[in-house]
Each structure stands twice: as structure tokens, then as C-alpha cells.
Write a protein that binds this ligand. Sequence first.
Ligand SMILES: Cc1cc2nc3c(=O)[nH]c(=O)nc-3n(C[C@H](O)[C@H](O)[C@H](O)COP(=O)(O)O)c2cc1C
Length: 125
Amino acid sequence: MRIWGPDRIGVRLSPMGKMNDIHDDQPEATFGYIAERLSDYRFAYLHIVNPAIEQMQRGKEPSPPALGMVETIRKKFKGTLMVAGGFQPDTAAQWLREGKADLIASVASSSPISICRSGCALARL
Ligand SMILES: Cc1cc2nc3c(=O)[nH]c(=O)nc-3n(C[C@H](O)[C@H](O)[C@H](O)COP(=O)(O)O)c2cc1C
């Protein structure tokens, strides 16, 4: 942080992520606290894996707990919030419009061509 400065550092978290038996029983409390503390550092952004990734990849509506997690992080983190995973151009545009996130990241499942056709703005990182 001393070399680059906080505005050139981003942090990525996976709230509600599960790996075999590894998961958090109280993700709202844990990740809400982490998001609040990360605000103090004034990083360039907080990047989270979409808590609703599995539902949205199957074309389903996000579950209330997953949406609650996004809302909690949005409220607690006072900076740029990026969300990744399970988005299509229309759902990405909707989340941005609704203010759930400042940026939607996509690297794998969404075709860049379909994103361009839909008129979403693309940023080169
Ligand atoms: C079911 C599922 C769980 C994932 N969990 C994580 C995770 O815990 N940590 C992580 O860094 N990426 C995880 N990823 C990868 C990214 O969140 C995401 O797939 C990637 O950024 C590409 O987004 P896109 O599929 O919308 O293009 C997961 C992906 C899937 C499909």
C-alpha cells in the first residue's frame, strides 16, 4: 500500500461462497464487518463474487439472502463496488440502474459480442 497507494489497489471477496464443507454460518455479520472496515482504506474498489451467482447462472431470480448480502455490503462499503458472476447484459444493466453496484465484471460466461450489441459500456482494465 505504501508503494502503489490505496487508489491502485482493489480487494476481492466471495461472500456466501462455499467450498466443500467450508462456508460461513453468519455471512451478513462477517462480510458486513469486513466491508465496513475496508472502507477505511479508501481502496480503488471492492470486488465481490455475486452472492446470487448460482441462481442467476440458471436464469433464476436472486434469493432474498443473496440480495440481502449485496445490500449489506453496498451499505457498509463507502467506495466503488464491483460485482462479478452470473450476469447477462440485461441483468448487468438492471443491477447498475438499480444502484446495486457501480461496476459489473465479466470475464468468462458472457460473450463480449453480445455485451457490445446490447450497448453496455466496456472498460479496458
Ligand atoms: C458457482 C461459482 C462459484 C464461484 N465462486 C467463486 C469464488 O468463491 N471466488 C472467486 O474468486 N471466483 C468465483 N467464481 C468465479 C467468478 O465469480 C466469476 O465466474 C467470474 O468472475 C466470471 O464471471 P462471468 O461468469 O459472469 O463472466 C465462481 C464461479 C461460479 C460459477
